[in-house]
Design a protein. Structure first.
Length: 431
């Protein structure tokens, strides 16, 4: 069965559209079950981050009908007309899906080439799909192979050298504006992986005053303790905002956390000393209207792209090495998938022959029980097994001869005669 990916990312869609089509953490379980219930979908996983939303599916067959079915489901579930995003999505079928998954896990398809966060986000998507029973053998194996490839790429190339991530870019931009950051006060909104990484980069710049604002005060406190910072709840942001020179936000909130009015009041209290803000969230944590205020420098995740281009030269060569690794692993995955057909056929052959053997053996045992001579019972067993095992192949070979399919004879010889002759020859050589 073929693999298929439907998605959009920072290369194909603007931030506003990505916001509308992103899945919230709360909606993902329902989305997975709904997607898996489509008639053509056998397995499903959903990856939704600030830079991409992707559906990974195993479908019954690769066809335009099934592609359209996925688009219609995506449109209906997200409450949008497909015409609004058709020009911004991509569809990958099977081999391209496998390659794409490995490239995403390795950071080759990220806004920041080689950034490591995406593999963790993919692992979370894999775990959620596995938890809700929408993964199967094929998609599960693809995820596991993609994670292994990501590790191999980071071990064997310099793709992770020179820290270049969205968090790093945000801190670099702040440094460009303020110069020395050691005397600045920073508020970080959120307590997830991106905010933690941002805090680490800020720490290396000598930041002394960090405020962590989060919905869960316990998580905020754990992160604040690590960086000698201060923890507050989201509801207290307005009380502390006037102290802050830098605000960096990255939460999973479906609605903005920081509004224009709150920022306006803080600016008055600061006597219009400027505030530098970076909103790394999708959907946005900071209302877009905040950018209209004087003395506020607000950057969205898309605005960081020019900053991200710095420190990238050393990663380009590593990316080429990574793609060579991916192509090798793609071939290995395709070979594994092809081997599944052999495994299934072999299992069926074994089951069929065992059934025949048990039936013939039962008849031979009955003959012995009824007083039949043991030698005659063994002859019956041998003769009957030979006839039953070879009846169907011989019938097919005779039909192949009549149909002029002579290649069947070479296949039969390779399967049945040649291995036996080779074993016999090897035994004679040993003696």
């Amino acid at each position: 069965m073929p693999l298929i990916t439907l998605g959009l990312n920072h290369k194909t869609a603007p931030l506003a559209l990505r916001e509308q089509l992103a899945f919230t953490p709360q909606s993902l379980p329902e989305a997975l079950q709904s997607l898996k219930n489509l008639p053509s979908v056998e397995e499903a996983a959903i990856l939704s981050t600030c830079n991409r939303t992707e559906l990974y599916c195993v479908v019954s067959d690769s066809s335009p009908h099934n592609d359209q079915q996925l688009i219609e489901w995506f449109s209906k579930f997200q409450g949008m007309h497909s015409e609004q995003f058709n020009n911004h999505i991509y569809l990958h079928n099977h081999e391209d899906t496998i390659r794409h998954a490995m490239e995403v896990a390795s950071g080759l398809d990220s806004m920041v080439l080689g950034e490591p966060q995406i593999v963790g986000q993919m692992k979370n998507a894999y775990a959620l799909a596995n938890e809700h029973g929408t993964l199967g053998r094929l998609l599960g194996k693809l995820c596991e192979r993609a994670f292994a490839v990501s590790k191999q790429v980071r071990t064997n190339t310099d793709i992770g050298s020179n820290p270049v991530s969205v968090a790093f870019a945000a801190v670099s931009l702040a440094k460009q504006i303020f110069g020395d950051l050691s005397n600045s006060t920073v508020m970080l909104i959120g307590a997830g992986e991106t905010i933690e990484l941002t805090a680490r980069h800020l720490s290396t710049q000598g930041i002394q005053q960090i405020i962590i604002a989060n919905r869960s005060i316990e998580r905020a406190q754990r992160l604040a303790d690590e960086f000698n910072g201060e923890a507050i709840g989201l509801q207290h942001i307005g009380e502390h905002l006037q102290r802050c020179d830098i605000v960096i936000a990255s939460t999973a909130s479906p609605l903005p956390i920081l509004g224009k009015g709150t920022v306006e009041r803080a600016l008055k209290q600061r006597k219009h000393n400027p505030i530098f803000m970076v909103d790394l969230a999708v959907p946005r944590d900071v209302e877009a209207e905040v950018s209209e205020l004087d003395d506020v420098y607000l950057y969205s995740i898309d605005d960081l792209e020019s900053v991200i281009q710095q420190n990238m030269a050393s990663r380009e060569q590593a990316a080429e090495q990574a793609r060579e690794i991916i192509e090798n692993q793609l071939d290995a995955f395709l070979q594994w998938q092809r081997s599944l057909n052999a495994v299934d056929v072999i299992a069926e052959i074994r089951q069929h022959t065992q059934q025949i053997s048990q039936e013939v053996l039962a008849k031979a045992k009955r003959q012995l029980h009824n007083g039949q001579d043991a030698e005659k019972a063994l002859e019956f067993l041998s003769h009957t097994l030979t006839n039953k095992f070879l009846h169907q192949p011989c019938t097919r070979l005779r039909q192949a001869s009549q149909d002029n399919h002579h290649e069947f004879f070479d296949i039969a010889y390779d399967l049945l005669i040649q291995p036996e002759q080779e074993e016999k020859s090897a035994g004679e050589d040993k003696t």
